[in-house]
Ligand binder design. Structure first.
Ligand code: ADP
Ligand code: MG
Length: 220
């Protein structure tokens, strides 16, 4: 599902980031951790084909990245990746329903009201469809953003610092929601975080094995 080799990304005039080789199987919960500035968000951007590798190979869901033209990368991302960014980027002028409809439109699929309602309902926020983002609590906004991320049933869900600035109860909620959503969808889940609470919030598998696979970035 995610395979990388000798992956490197250089910000123009800035940091050079060297990433460890990975081989992540479908359905995995990957916990991407490490101190602030170690490259977690950059790794997510690479996996989402938002930026192209400077060197090395990166294959995600059977697609070799870095070779796609921008429009093809956009289409691939819309089909494959559900992104829950740190800043949620809900459009302030649009209702919750319209924010999700816009995601379908941007992905080039016909507006599907039933699917939008189902995605909102699966996250417990169906009754908020007519609200504007400013009329949502932080937790509600995160649920709406997650509903938008999984609207097109992506194979891969990427969450960037989903517990940042949440208290313990809300952080536990956010992690449980991500795990449940990924499991229901049969998606691979990557949680990027420098929050040590997250590892403790991922329950072990029924056979007692660790509930996540760790990927630790040391930074430079
Ligand atoms: P993390 O998410 O782990 O905190 P980031 O991936 O955001 O780390 O950043 C990794 C490194 O790349 C940091 O040193 C950061 O300063 C640098 N960086 C991030 N974004 C940019 C950018 N747009 N231009 C130049 N350097 C950047
Ligand atoms: Mg980050």
């Amino acid at each position: 599902m995610i395979r990388s080799q000798a992956l490197r990304f250089v910000y123009p005039g800035g940091a050079t980031l060297v990433f460890p080789d990975v081989m992540v199987a479908p359905g995995t919960v990957l916990l991407l951790s490490g101190p602030s500035g170690c490259g977690k968000s950059t790794w997510l951007a690479l996996v989402a084909a938002l930026v192209a590798p400077t060197d090395g190979q990166l294959e995600v869901a059977g697609q070799l990245l870095g070779v796609l033209k921008p429009a093809a990368a956009d289409a691939w991302r819309a089909r494959t990746i559900g992104f829950l960014p740190q800043k949620l980027h809900l459009s302030a002028a649009l209702t919750v329903y319209q924010n999700l409809a816009m995601a379908q439109w941007a992905a080039g699929v016909p507006e599907n009201a039933a699917r939008i309602e189902q995605a909102l309902a699966s996250l417990g926020v169906a009754e908020l469809a007519a609200r504007l983002p400013a009329q949502l609590s932080g937790g509600q906004a995160q649920r709406v953003a997650l509903a938008r991320a999984v609207l097109l049933q992506p194979a891969l869900i990427l969450a960037d610092e989903p517990t940042a600035s949440l208290d313990d109860v809300a952080a536990a909620d956010a992690v449980a929601l991500l795990l449940a959503t990924a499991q229901t969808q049969g998606a691979t889940l990557v949680i990027a975080t420098h929050d040590a609470r997250v590892a403790r919030l991922i329950p072990p598998k029924p056979d007692g094995q660790n509930g996540f696979e760790p990927l630790f970035l040391k930074g430079q």
